[in-house]
Write a protein that binds this ligand. Structure first.
Ligand SMILES: Cc1cc2nc3c(=O)[nH]c(=O)nc-3n(C[C@H](O)[C@H](O)[C@H](O)COP(=O)(O)OP(=O)(O)OC[C@H]3O[C@@H](n4cnc5c(N)ncnc54)[C@H](O)[C@@H]3O)c2cc1C
Ligand code: HEM
Length: 396
């Protein structure tokens, strides 16, 4: 527990550090990667190049420091980040490296203003925050379905829609992973480790399971992510260079975007499943889990994409919806002017338990709309295919 003096110094210096947040983050990453180039194999190279998500780590340390005397209240947020850390295989020995360079960056940016008391207090604060992460991640490592990155063989690859490739993988020969013993949950994601030709580092990316069944193997789908004429590193590698028979490394499933199990067997609170584009993956797994566990529960399926060619897993969805007894299905094709906007959300049942997945823009708009309609934060669950922080304050 931090001393009252530390608490006072940390809280009073947060604003000035926030003011210099970008400078501190830039110096932090530059110095850390200079001294530890091996970490470039863990951090997302594209995010670094674009300066995207760079602030997530440092901003969260500052946000946590504000709550240093009551860190327990941040456990839900820490747990969500820790799922990603565990999936990326961030280890306890990484924390002192980050701490050393974060405190070093504070010193460098603040210059003389950073006296020994300030640096001492921030070192203590970081250590305390880091120990909460390490403890939560320790529990996650103990429970992980397999350790580290394990080799899997691709047994199926097909186009689930234009630019969306669906993969099935099984443990590679000689692997200690036993498919029949895996207990996957709808909404979870796996993390792939790849060596794209266009990069000098290994690259890690998360992909949601589109089914929690292990009958055929582990199943995920990847959209070719090409924006602004720049090709996404890993998605293009998976589309262009990997095929049936090839080996790919995966870390064990992670994530806390899961169906509220208390409601799965109840029929008075409908399930609303909303997705756009490749955001359908975890939502499809949830649909399968719900109709398998209780087909009587009312389900509203809402899906938006560019056009029929981009409509992913249409047949699988229809087959599952046929099993449900009380279904509404709404499809929106942007190319045909069918816009799923905030106003349309008034058509949804209320109360309802709502799960949303799609691009950041899609979710931003859907969550705003759902909040404006007074769907409570406990009823709106979402999984951004990027950092969760920007949406954090809107819903639970
Ligand atoms: C929990 C979670 C679950 C996910 N589940 C899925 C899933 O089921 N399916 C799925 O397809 N994805 C999923 N994602 C997203 C996935 O992890 C990757 O982020 C995605 O595949 C893009 O990775 P990439 O390496 O191809 O692109 P990156 O190289 O990381 O690039 C990302 C984007 O930046 C653009 N870009 C690259 N360089 C530049 C530049 N110089 N200037 C401007 N733009 C640039 C690229 O075109 C691309 O659009 C998930 C993400 C999370 C966090
Ligand atoms: C107390 C210390 C730390 C805090 C507060 C923290 C916070 C965060 C946050 C908020 C994210 C974004 C989560 C999201 O995507 O929703 C993140 C992602 C990540 N963190 Fe941490 N982190 C800490 C320590 C570390 C350490 C020690 C490492 C490894 C050296 C690390 C590596 C990563 C990586 C690789 C990502 C994914 C983002 C990317 O690749 O660009 N973190 N962290």
């Amino acid at each position: 527990m931090a001393s009252p003096k530390t608490l006072e110094i940390v809280k009073s210096t947060v604003p000035v550090l926030e003011e210099h947040g970008t400078a501190i983050t830039t110096v932090f990453y530059k110095n850390m990667f200079n001294e530890h180039p091996e970490l470039l194999d863990i951090f997302n190279e594209t995010n670094q190049k674009l300066g995207r998500q760079q602030t997530a780590l440092a901003t969260t340390v500052l946000a946590a420091a504000k709550h240093l005397d009551k860190l327990a209240t941040l456990l839900p947020q820490v747990t969500q980040i820790s799922h990603k850390h565990r999936a990326l295989q961030i280890l306890p020995e990484h924390y002192p490296i980050v701490g050393h360079h974060l405190i070093g960056a504070i010193k460098e940016v603040l210059g003389e203003a950073a006296n020994d008391d300030i640096i001492g207090a921030w070192t203590e604060a970081y250590d305390e925050i880091a120990s909460v992460f390490i403890q939560i991640e320790h529990g996650m490592y103990e429970a992980e379905m397999w350790q580290g990155f394990a080799p899997f063989t691709i047994t199926e690859k097909y186009e689930a829609a234009t630019d969306i490739a669906a993969f099935t993988v099984v443990p590679a020969e000689g692997s200690t992973v036993d498919l029949s013993k895996l207990n996957l949950t709808a909404g979870q994601y796996i993390t792939v480790k790849t060596d794209p030709k266009d990069s000098s580092h290994t690259a890690l990316r998360h992909y949601s399971l589109y089914s929690a069944s292990t009958e055929k193997g582990i199943q995920f789908a990847v959209r070719r992510d090409n924006r602004n004429e720049h090709n996404g590193l890993v998605s293009n590698h998976l589309h262009n260079n990997l095929t049936v028979g090839d080996t790919i490394s995966l870390s064990a499933p992670a994530g806390d975007f899961l169906l509220n199990q208390d409601l799965v067997q109840q029929n008075d609170i409908p399930l609303v499943l909303m997705s756009a584009g490749v955001g359908v993956t975890p939502i499809l797994a949830m649909l399968e889990a719900q109709v398998t566990a209780n087909p009587k529960r009312p389900i509203t399926w809402v899906y938006a994409c560019q056009n029929e060619q981009h409509h992913a897993f249409n047949e699988q969805v229809d087959k599952l919806l046929e099993k449900a007894e009380n279904v509404e299905k709404h499809i929106f094709y942007f190319d045909e002017g069918q816009i799923l906007d905030e106003a349309w959300l008034a058509n949804l049942p209320k109360p309802a338990d709502i799960y949303v997945c799609g691009s950041m823009m899609f979710m931003d708009s859907m969550i705003d709309g759902l909040m404006a309609l007074d769907h409570g934060v406990d009823s709106v669950h979402y999984e951004p295919f990027g950092p969760k922080m920007s949406l954090e304050l809107k819903a639970g």
